[in-house]
Write a protein that binds this ligand. Structure first.
Ligand code: NI
Length: 140
């Protein structure tokens, strides 16, 4: 069970007003919830900097008709089967596929694997984003 602790923060009035305005637009119920998310965001970035284990989400758009491309992308993922958690393939239209690959591992491993996939000929665009595995983010 998480015990919530309170602490006071002193801020310049205009900075607090900008913060309140920003979090209201984002739909936060209160400052505490917004501050918790900011701290967790900081912790996820710290995990990346320290090359800790994180979860990466790689999404790709690639050409369906490029010869051997699906097999190549499959081969790369089999080489790293211990990092690949899941994979979703969607046929966007007659020519294009969207694939979302969820990868767990150290930041450097995920980045290297992702660069290899995105750099494969026929992959039109790729985006990699990161999140925590959750174990460093306690509480509500
Ligand atoms: Ni497809």
């Amino acid at each position: 069970m998480t015990i919530l602790k309170r602490f006071g923060v002193s801020l310049p009035g205009d900075l607090l007003a900008r913060f309140d305005n920003e979090i209201e637009q984002k739909g936060y119920q209160n400052r505490s919830e917004a501050l918790r998310d900011l701290i967790r965001d900081y912790l996820v970035k710290r995990d990346l900097d320290k090359n800790e284990e994180v979860v990466g989400v790689l999404n790709l758009v690639y050409g369906h008709h490029v010869p051997n491309l699906s097999a190549k992308l499959n081969d790369i993922q089999h080489d790293h089967y211990h990092n690949i958690l899941s994979n979703v393939h969607i046929h966007l239209d007659h020519h294009n596929c969207l694939e979302v690959i969820i990868i767990k591992g150290r930041y450097s491993e995920i980045k290297q694997l992702s660069d290899r996939i995105i750099g494969t000929r026929g992959v039109k665009h790729g985006e990699l984003s990161f999140n925590s595995t959750g174990k460093n983010l306690s509480g509500v």
